[in-house]
Unconditional design. Structure first.
Length: 665
């Protein structure tokens, strides 16, 4: 018999190994938790049994998941997405449940005609339909975020449906326990539970928001992180306890607590504080779900598991795609929405477990259904990865729409030469665009937020809807004719994709990348970024400049200190490139930048920068751009290659000497 400490260490070791393997395979951690539960559970290695204490602790994972979902809900957000949430989402859940119950009735009739028993009642069918209606918020949102699809047309529909599914869990958690009673008892139980839920929600959501804001402000004024965290746990678990003792569910109270805090200014701080509890306890919950899965079911009942995996997944895909089409979505968008929502979800496990606990589903059905749900979730990353190919094969019009989109981008950029491609048209991208307009420099901005694109285009700005991480969009925006590419949003994985596409197609075009800090500096430079601009460093320079000025340092010296700091940080700012408007008397003796490309037959090829002795020309070499577009810092042991472009800094006279020496053949 394992002690509590032994059991805790076992769960931690198993969870760490499972998550590490899934991260290595680029799979969601939730799948690692499920597999770990299967391995250590009583049906496999039997290292741990599903003891009530562990199960009770795991239930708090659902509590904190509902709390986190409640944080995302507020009345303005629900109002802005009402057609997606309460239209498409409501229909998806209702039609899935009703369709499952009709299918159960048809199977019961068929089995009765063959003289064979059918042990699934309408209550069990309702539970299975409710579980089938759920999709995995954790997996889908993470994958869409990595693919930059949250603001796409199908992304908005997927999020709307997922939001309603999460909302629908609350009444379903109340409904399922009541299904085990007789007709009159069930109606009475549901009516009483509904009345209590309405009264509790009205009480909490009318006066509760004001009380919550006052209370959190009072706690925050004590300036104690420990006190704030303890208060957060008290509010979450306290409201969960209140709703449970009112005859409802723990999850409902946690959801209400999240909604109350979502209306306050402490929402983002709470999200950061609660995430460790949410992730750890939710992981424990999925481990306990995996422990219920009997691996022998996969071996001895694999035909049934395959049928229970493929049929509901295919049916749900067709249903969601059809409903999305009913809501006037383009065919490609409707198909993608169906593909993204076809799998089972984490709340499906909750509803299925609840139905089994109340004997609404026969025991022999639980393991096959659980196995099928896990299999459908394992399929999700592959389905989403190949969704574009699947949609292209199913819908010729989607190919046409994408072609029209690329054509609209190309049409807008076709008259543009030597322009700047701005990837992302948020605040930073818009500020850059204004500066470029002031200098009469053309630009083309790509953004995935349709509302932002529509408003900016209506204002006459050169912005189009397009994914900068896709090469066709970049080519349509005139990548081969562009003078520079600027990645204005701080998303390193996406920036690396853009860098890869730019370097593979137009390696000589400079790319400037914005980041939050310099933690990914070397990774971005190795990928081909010409310059990386960390916000943290720029913010610290401005902070230091203001501080120095306010303590009495002369402004001229403050500006020189900031300039010197930037010179050390940004190689390309050591001087400037000469232009026709730089011939004033005060500019003639200042350091300038000059790009000099080595001829193929240059005798300097194969020499290091140390051998070059650029100091004899009274210039300094700032950087070297390779033929493939990679930018290298000017280090003494860097060996020159044919086709290298050297960025040289110096006065006009010294640059002339350097150019003469470097271009000799």
């Amino acid at each position: 018999m394992l002690s509590a400490l032994d059991l805790t260490l076992l769960y931690l070791v198993a969870a760490v190994l499972g998550v590490v393997v899934c991260r290595s395979l680029k799979l969601p951690p939730i799948l690692g938790y499920l597999v770990v539960g299967v391995v250590i559970g009583p049906n496999a290695l039997a290292l741990a049994s599903d003891v009530p204490a562990v199960q009770h602790l795991a239930e708090f994972g659902v509590v904190f998941l509902m709390f986190a979902i409640g944080l995302e809900f507020n009345l303005p957000k629900l109002n802005s997405m009402r057609s997606m949430v309460f239209g498409l989402g409501l229909l998806q859940v209702v039609v899935t449940i009703v369709g499952t119950m009709l299918g159960q009735a048809l199977l019961r009739w068929g089995f009765a005609a063959m003289g064979r028993p059918w042990d699934l009642g309408w209550q069990g069918a309702l539970v299975l339909g409710a579980a089938m209606a759920m999709s995995s918020t954790a997996i889908v949102v993470k994958l869409m975020s990595e693919r930059l699809e949250l603001e796409s047309e199908h992304g908005r529909r997927v999020i709307g449906v997922l939001l309603f599914q999460d909302l629908a869990v609350v009444p379903l958690l109340v409904l399922i326990p009541a299904l085990g009673g007789s007709g009159s008892a069930m109606a009475q139980t549901l009516a009483w539970a509904g009345l209590k839920a309405v009264l509790l929600l009205v009480l909490l959501l009318t006066g509760g928001q004001h009380v919550m804001r006052r209370w959190l402000t009072l706690v925050a004024r004590r300036k104690s992180q420990e006190l704030f965290m303890l208060n957060l746990l008290l509010v979450t678990l306290g409201l969960a306890w209140l709703t449970e003792h009112a005859g409802l569910s723990l999850a409902l109270g946690a959801f209400v607590a999240g909604m109350l805090i979502a209306e306050t200014e402490y929402k983002h701080q709470v999200e950061m504080d609660i995430r460790p509890f949410h992730d750890v306890l939710l992981g424990l919950f999925f481990i306990t779900i995996g422990m219920r899965l009997d691996w022998q079911t996969l071996v001895y009942q694999w035909p049934l598991v395959i049928v229970l995996t493929l049929v509901p997944t295919l049916a749900k895909f067709i249903l969601v795609a059809g409903l999305a089409k009913l809501f006037r979505s383009p065919t490609g968008t409707a198909l993608r929405t169906g593909l993204y929502l076809a799998q089972a979800g984490e709340f499906g496990f909750v509803l299925l477990t609840l139905g089994a606990q109340h004997n609404l589903i026969a025991a022999q059905w639980v393991s096959p259904v659980l196995a099928a749900m896990v299999m459908s979730m394992l399929m999700t990353p592959l389905i989403i990865e190949y969704s574009d190919r699947i949609v292209m094969k199913l819908s010729a019009s989607d190919w046409l729409l994408q072609s029209v989109q690329l054509t609209s981008i190309a049409k807008k950029s076709i008259q543009t030469e030597a322009h700047v491609i701005i990837c992302g048209y948020g605040r930073s991208g818009q500020n850059l665009a204004r500066l470029l307009e002031a200098e009469k420099i053309p630009y083309m901005a790509l953004d995935l937020d349709p509302d932002r694109v529509r408003q900016a285009a209506a204002a006459g700005q050169s912005v189009v809807f397009g994914d900068a991480a896709r090469l066709p969009s970049l080519i349509a925006a005139g990548l081969s004719r562009a003078s520079a590419v600027v990645i204005s949003y701080h998303d390193t994985p996406s920036a690396l994709k853009v860098l890869h596409e730019v370097r593979s197609h137009s390696p000589r075009i400079p790319v400037i990348v914005r980041t939050i800090d310099d933690s990914d500096l070397e990774k971005l430079r190795a990928a081909g970024a010409t310059e990386v601009v960390p916000e943290a460093i720029e913010g610290s320079l401005m902070l230091a400049s203001h501080a120095l000025a306010l303590v009495g340092v002369p402004m001229r010296r403050v500006l020189r200190i900031a300039r010197d700091a930037r010179d050390r940080r940004y190689g390309l700012l050591r001087g400037y490139f000469h232009g026709s408007d730089d011939d004033t008397a005060e500019d003639r003796d200042q350091a300038r930048l000059l790009s000099i490309s080595l001829p193929e037959a240059s005798p300097l090829v194969g020499q290091s920068l140390r051998d070059l002795q650029a100091s004899s020309w009274q210039v300094s070499i700032v950087s070297v751009r390779r033929r493939n577009g990679a930018v290298r810092t000017a280090e003494d042991d860097l060996v020159l290659q044919a086709g290298d472009t050297l960025v040289v800094s110096g006065t006009p006279e010294s640059l002339a000497r350097a150019e003469q020496g470097l271009l000799v053949v």
